[in-house]
Design a protein. Structure first.
Length: 186
């Protein structure tokens, strides 16, 4: 279900065993209202390393270094922290995939379609290409001119029109997953 958390979840009291909040606002009182006494709240939020390779080049918003502390504090009246774990992975992304990723976060409100076009992305990421190459993270793999949909891109080996291959750059996905129990329950 997707809902506006500030208008209240359209759920009955104590009806949910699990709530999952991923990169979204949190309404602790309403979350507590809909969870069963044994229920769990799972929250996923980005760490400061999340998308670090793209932050400067694309002028993406950064993660506040006090985010985790602030999050725990805002939930403390309704929930008890059970556990946290860090998840990190390197993804080798094409320019269309980077554009999709940038559109999924809060930075999307500050970027235009033109900012996320393959040509503009290539231009903006060119400054970081040397750094990527130094880490051997940048490779020529697909032809961006073949189709705007990255799922339809043809492999470099299939190119016949002399088009410039797209670049793949390693991007860090870094998130924290926290499990909370309703306060007073375990």
């Amino acid at each position: 279900m997707v809902a506006d958390v500030w208008r209240g979840l359209p759920l009955a009291d104590r009806c949910a065993d699990l709530l999952l909040d991923v990169f979204a606002p949190r309404n602790a009182a309403d979350f507590r209202r809909v969870l069963t006494p044994q229920g769990r709240l799972l929250i996923v939020w980005p760490t400061q390393r999340h998308l670090q390779e793209l932050v400067k080049a694309l002028d993406l918003l950064t993660v506040d270094e006090a985010k985790e502390e602030r999050l725990h504090r805002t939930l403390a009246s309704q929930f008890t922290l059970v556990s946290t774990s860090l998840y990190e992975e390197q993804l080798a992304l094409t320019l269309p995939e980077i554009a999709l990723l940038a559109r999924m976060g809060p930075s999307a409100h500050h970027l235009t379609q033109a900012d996320l076009s393959p040509g503009r992305l290539a231009e903006r990421l060119a400054d970081q290409a040397a750094e990527c190459r130094a880490r051997t993270d940048l490779t020529a793999e697909t032809d961006l001119t073949a189709a705007p949909d990255f799922r339809k891109q043809k492999p470099l080996s299939a190119q016949t029109d002399g088009a410039t291959p797209a670049l793949r750059c390693s991007v860090t996905v870094s998130v924290t997953l926290a499990e909370y129990a309703p306060a007073g329950e375990r």
